[in-house]
Design a protein around this ligand. Structure first.
Ligand code: HEM
Length: 184
């Protein structure tokens, strides 16, 4: 996972509960308190999972709740950090169609080829007449984050779609399959 995501998670914990809780999360996850995460560097997905799970424990929230709060935080940060992606797309559908490409752009900037490929492999989109079907495969199992971010985009652009998860890694499926359908 790219260090930008860690940075945002630590910022969120600090905003919600204070600096000491960030250190507590790191300790619980077995991460050195002084370890700095560079925004453009790729870090081990196992370590990310320990940090995210420790965050849920320390803030006393479920994974679903943590993903929803993190999505709001991530969305707000993205509108400021990358306004171009938001002005480039005129609808949530357009943005969601572009999302794998946006992510893969990060992979091309990564020096380690294997780490770059791991980012590339996480999302695949199938285009259907009335929407998209997302195939998400990642050891991080953040389908809740995906769906919460998709809802943020719908609010942002003022369009509405039905979101349904038809397969889930957390239920033992080989991928998460998320169907997003816009009314005609
Ligand atoms: C300006 C827009 C966005 C940028 C620049 C961006 C960037 C990133 C980056 C750099 C990562 C870390 C990838 C990795 O290290 O594997 C990430 C993760 C993720 N993003 Fe985005 N993102 C954006 C929008 C979105 C949107 C709109 C969605 C969903 C609708 C989304 C869903 C996710 C998910 C689910 C992950 C976790 C992937 C995993 O590790 O399993 N992102 N994003």
């Amino acid at each position: 996972m790219v260090g930008l995501i860690h940075k945002l998670l630590f910022d969120l914990i600090e905003e919600m509960a204070g600096k000491e809780k960030v250190l507590e999360v790191k300790r619980k996850a077995g991460v050195d308190e002084d370890k700095a995460f560079r925004m453009d560097e790729v870090y081990d997905d196992d370590e990310w999972q320990r940090l995210f799970s420790a965050t849920c424990d320390v803030l006393d929230v479920t994974q679903d709740e943590a993903e929803t709060v993190f999505a709001e935080f991530f969305y707000k940060d993205s509108t400021k950090r990358w306004p171009m992606w938001f002005s480039m797309s005129k609808t949530a559908r357009e943005f969601l169609q572009r999302q794998p490409k946006i992510h893969n752009g990060f992979a091309t900037g990564v020096r380690d080829q294997k780490a770059g490929q791991a980012i590339n492999d996480k999302f695949e989109i199938e285009h259907v007449e009335d929407g998209i079907t997302v195939h998400y495969r990642s050891p991080n199992q953040l389908c809740g984050l995906y769906m919460a971010l998709a809802r943020c985009l719908m609010k942002h652009y003022g369009d509405e779609a039905a979101i349904e998860e038809t397969k889930c890694l957390k239920q033992g499926d080989s991928e998460c399959e998320i169907r997003i359908r816009w009314a005609a």
